[in-house]
Design a protein around this ligand. Structure first.
Ligand SMILES: [Fe+2]
Ligand SMILES: [Fe+2]
Length: 309
């Protein structure tokens, strides 16, 4: 269901999402028989490299899931304690990529090509900037101890999977539709609009409100794009191209300083909506669909659970 919802809300044209699955199938079909055991079969039906079943029988019946933004061995121990105390926890869900999803996760960054293309950046330029960024992030994750949490889930026999881009897609689509409908004129109006959503209100009470990082409340927002999905931060050079494409304001979960410096250079307003709040918004939109099927979702590890059912 999470994959289906992710595809429904994907910012790419539908045929681009299908192309990921088609490419995987072609790669698999062309593989020599003795290499096929190394092919991740989940690629044949799941177009998100950063979302995977990690431990447990996929046919496990589910009543209640614990969903966290980062799941470490600590969260697995908490899930086990809660089970011991009688809470009926069927499994744990993590948002950020871990386990099988960790090393291949940078492949989803390629979706940013289409995101920036739809913002007006020529596709060849978007691809030219994003491909080296995918290689850079890929080299960084190669060093990770990717299975640390999965190993704990195995030892304590707690089913575990992670859902990253499908949830971030939901957040992005939700905010894009909201900005399109309400058409905020000033940068301050974007903040006010975010503050109508419970995730941002709750995060604000936790001292993590949406903030204008570059620009001011009375400045004109111009054309607004949100950057909530696409794996992680893209290349900083994209800000120059976005300015030329006519983008006035970028709203994101978080940005590194190097990106903010570029945005300043090209007079693009930057709104940081908040990381935990924005991740929670996407997680909530998927959890609501599960909830309708009778699955309870309990939040932990940073998730601010709000049901819209
Ligand atoms: Fe996220
Ligand atoms: Fe995140």
């Amino acid at each position: 269901m999470a994959i289906e919802i992710g595809i429904e809300n994907d910012p790419r044209p539908k045929d681009e999402v299908q192309r990921v699955l088609k490419d995987a199938k072609e790669t698999y079909d062309k593989m020599e028989e003795d290499k096929k055991e190394f092919f991740d079969q989940e690629r044949l039906w799941n177009p998100y490299s950063d979302t995977r079943f990690l431990y447990g029988d996929p046919d496990t019946k589910v009543k209640e899931l614990l969903w966290g933004i980062d799941v470490t061995p600590g969260e697995i121990a908490v899930a086990d304690r809660l089970r011991e105390k009688g809470q009926n926890i069927s499994g744990v869900v993590c948002h950020h990529p871990i386990g099988l999803a960790k090393v291949p996760f940078p492949q989803v960054i390629s979706m940013q090509c289409d995101m920036y293309h739809s913002a007006g950046v020529p596709i060849n330029i978007a691809e030219g900037l994003i491909n080296p960024r995918i290689s850079e992030v890929s080299r960084a994750v190669m060093a990770s101890n990717y299975n640390q949490t999965t190993d704990c889930a195995r030892l304590l026999d707690i089913p575990l999977f992670n859902v990253h881009t499908p949830a971030d897609n939901c957040c992005q689509k939700f905010l894009d539709s909201l900005f399109e409908k309400e058409n905020p004129k000033y940068v301050g109006d974007i903040i006010d609009l975010l503050m109508t959503l419970p995730e941002y209100r709750i995060a604000s009470k936790q001292n993590s409100p949406p903030e204008i990082i570059h620009g001011n409340r009375k400045g004109r927002a111009g054309r607004i794009i949100s950057k909530m999905t696409g794996g992680t931060s893209g290349p900083k050079e994209i800000f120059e191209k976005l300015a030329h494409a006519g983008v006035g304001t970028v709203v994101g979960m978080h940005f590194p300083d190097s990106h903010i410096d570029e945005a300043k250079k090209y007079n693009i307003n930057v709104v940081i909506a908040g990381h935990m709040s924005s991740d929670s918004l996407g997680i909530n939109l998927i959890s609501d669909r599960w909830e309708k099927k009778g699955i309870k979702v309990a939040p932990f590890s940073g998730v601010i659970r709000v049901s819209r059912n």
